[in-house]
Ligand binder design. Structure first.
Ligand SMILES: [Zn+2]
Length: 362
């Protein structure tokens, strides 16, 4: 069996092509002193020389929870390889997770099941590989953050790209806080990372970011970096602010500088905070005949005026029995999907809020 620490190969390719090589955890040090822990295929942790048990920042980047969302996978891959090849030397404890490796191999969102509905225990019963993987990711995430002294210095960014166009191409979902305060500095960081809008979730979910927010108590976001494209076809300029921010978070100032300069002009144009939205309506499909009243390719965050019909349902006789209507001006739609199973959410509507409407912390 070849040893990854000695005969170093490309971590992501190796994880995808020879996952059995990582069934046993591997620990080794780079010649610059950075410690490397390969916990499992696609799950790697780096501990900088300056690390003192539990102190400082603890950062988790996850990507590929949806296997065809390539841009974040490419950025995370670049970060891992830059550390392993000693091009950069981190000063922050970092874990990178490439979540759904088999889905990447077939260039699909998932193999059997949407993994981003399988967290906070929704992976039970363990009937397929995606459920097993979700549980494994939860385990390593929980263990990783359990070692941190101060949860306010812990960050998880679950990186995605969206399926549809969006009036705000880059947006984040802030998991439900259960009445806890929102972080002003995190909203600022997201703006610096090029995030145009933040959607405040208002109920528990089974997403990965909700898991780390709720069960690990850390700053956590689902971050949509743009639109899905195949591997190698992403225009990385679209992602440069996010890439730069993700590098800068884990590097000492002198090394982070080049990543800052690269995008300084773009950053200067960014507003200080993303536009904020809260969820207004969660529209559930309850009938066989459910239809949306806008075209299939309508971008996320397209807004409607009060009284406009967004969706409706008919009975077997074709009579309209439910109409879903915009309740106020500037009510926008996100994540529409008329084809969900009966009883599932077909559409969310969101309305703008201001920072003054939130209970906010530093
Ligand atoms: Zn996704």
């Amino acid at each position: 069996m070849s040893d990854f620490s000695v005969e170093r190969k490309h971590f992501l390719s190796y994880s995808r092509q020879a996952p059995e090589q990582f069934q046993q955890p591997q620990v080794f040090s780079l010649t610059n002193g950075t410690q490397v822990h390969v916990h499992a295929p696609g799950i790697i942790e780096f501990i900088p020389v300056c690390y003192r048990q539990g102190a400082g920042r603890h950062v988790l980047y996850s990507c590929g929870v949806h296997g065809n969302e390539t841009a974040p996978i490419e950025i995370c891959d670049e970060i891992v390889e830059a550390i392993l090849s000693k091009t950069v030397v981190i000063n922050t404890r970092l874990m990178v997770q490439f979540a759904n490796l088999p889905a990447m191999d077939i260039a699909e969102r998932f193999v059997q099941e949407n993994m981003n509905r399988l967290f906070t225990g929704a992976h039970e019963p363990q009937t397929n590989d995606e459920r097993k993987r979700a549980q494994q990711l939860e385990f390593y995430t929980q263990t990783f953050f359990a070692n941190a002294n101060d949860k306010s210095h812990c960050f998880h960014y679950d990186l995605h790209t969206a399926i549809r166009d969006s009036a705000y191409p880059r947006f984040a979902v802030y998991p439900f806080k259960h009445g806890n305060k929102y972080s002003f500095s995190q909203l600022e960081w997201l703006a610096q990372a090029g995030i145009d809008a933040v959607l405040l979730s208002e109920s528990p979910t089974t997403t990965y970011s909700y898991f780390s927010s709720r069960d690990c108590g850390v700053h956590s976001f689902t971050v949509e970096l743009g639109k899905v494209k195949p591997f190698g076809e992403n225009n990385m300029a679209d992602f440069s602010l996010a890439r730069s921010a993700l590098f800068r978070l884990i590097l000492p100032l002198d090394q982070a500088q080049p990543f800052a300069e690269e995008v300084s002009e773009q950053r200067a144009k960014q507003p200080n905070l993303p536009v904020l939205f809260r969820i207004n309506q969660s529209i559930i499909r309850s009938e066989q005949h459910f239809s949306l009243h806008f075209s299939d390719d309508t971008p996320n965050f397209t807004s409607f005026n009060q009284g406009e019909v967004l969706a409706s349902e008919c009975n077997e006789q074709g009579q309209t029995i439910n109409e879903f209507i915009a309740q106020q001006d500037d009510e926008a739609i996100v994540f529409p999907n008329a084809k969900v199973a009966i009883g599932q959410r077909a559409l969310l509507t969101v309305v703008p809020v201001t920072i003054k409407d939130l209970t906010i912390d530093v």
